[in-house]
Design a protein around this ligand. Structure first.
Ligand code: GLN
Length: 306
């Protein structure tokens, strides 16, 4: 074994160069082994920090999409905040787990939980039959609906319901709204129930006859597109719709509720242990008023006491 690296440019022959290469390869090989060992060590460390001694994870990894104020959005410092994020923290606390929020495109949220990349979907997520094929849902914690956002002065905003308890009146108003959506381009967030309501792309919704669903990464971008004239209306969940209308001049929310939806958390089908624990934690947090307090912190009510 040579101790010294042969000099490549000594001009003697090709051999020193070859030897230099070989030596370099050996050196490279050693470095590679060292790097791989280090990687394994680091990986093992991560595995240990992610797991307790009994093999249980010590972090609750939450899949969400922070484009859904007031449920999940980024504050001025880029931190995830909102009703769901506070509920996530309360649940992690009940479970004795650390919390990690993974902000991703909404249409990746359910899949990331189904695949095991994340533990739980907390994302203003509506319980649907289609999603039940890939994840289990916890008990529900909020009732929601799709609503139309339109430019001020649009006739669709004139459709009203005087008695929300009157089913016939509500059905007639929905039919009227849907006939006004016929032939229109409707901005919706990708992967949402709003998208399915308009397009009928899942078994949960028939779709609105003659309406074209135009998908956007967020409701905010859909509203921008409406203001730019690229879509005629936006359809999105009721509470985020009110936030979007407040944040954008010249648009209002229709008072006609188009769907009946319930929010719950999604958990992988093979993780019934976590499902049971989260349901128990939710039970406690609903009963002791924590969930309602969180909603009120953001100026809303969970409606759970009703
Ligand atoms: N509730 C709607 C759904 O589940 C929208 C949720 C969202 O955009 N975060 O599809």
């Amino acid at each position: 074994m040579q101790k010294q690296l042969p000099i490549i440019n000594d001009g003697d022959s090709i051999v020193p160069y070859k030897k230099a290469m070989e030596a370099n390869m050996k050196k490279f090989g050693k470095i590679l082994v060292a790097v791989l060992m280090l990687a394994t060590l680091v990986g093992a460390c991560f595995a240990f920090t992610a797991c307790n001694n009994d093999g249980a994870k010590d972090t609750l990894i939450v899949a969400t999409n922070c484009e859904f104020e007031p449920f999940e959005y980024l504050d001025d410092n880029g931190n995830p905040v909102g009703i769901d994020m506070d509920i996530a923290a309360a649940i992690a606390n009940e479970l004795g787990l650390k919390l990690q929020i993974k902000d991703m495109a909404f249409d990746s949220v359910v899949g990331s939980v189904a695949s095991g990349a994340c533990d739980i979907a907390i994302a203003g997520l509506t319980v649907t039959e289609e999603r039940k094929q890939s994840v289990n849902f916890t008990q529900t914690y909020f009732s929601s609906s799709q609503v139309v956002i339109a430019k001020n002065g649009d006739a669709i905003l004139d459709v009203t319901v005087s008695d929300p308890e009157n089913e016939d009146e509500v059905a007639a108003a929905i039919a009227q709204i849907e006939s006004m959506l016929n032939g229109k381009r409707v901005g919706v967030q990708n992967g949402t129930t709003g998208y399915s309501y308009v397009s009928g792309d899942s078994d949960d919704y028939e779709g609105v006859a003659g309406a074209t669903a135009v998908g956007f990464p967020s409701g905010a971008l859909a509203v921008q597109a409406m203001l730019n004239g690229n879509v005629d209306y936006v359809i999105i969940d009721m509470v985020p719709a009110s936030k979007l209308a407040a944040a954008n001049q010249g648009v209002s929310v229709s008072e006609v509720v188009l769907t009946g939806e319930d929010y719950a958390f999604g958990i992988a089908k093979n993780n019934s242990d976590l499902l049971n624990k989260v349901n128990a934690a939710l039970d406690k947090l609903i009963k002791n008023g924590t969930i309602e307090q969180i909603f009120q912190k953001y100026g809303y009510s969970s409606g759970l006491g009703e």
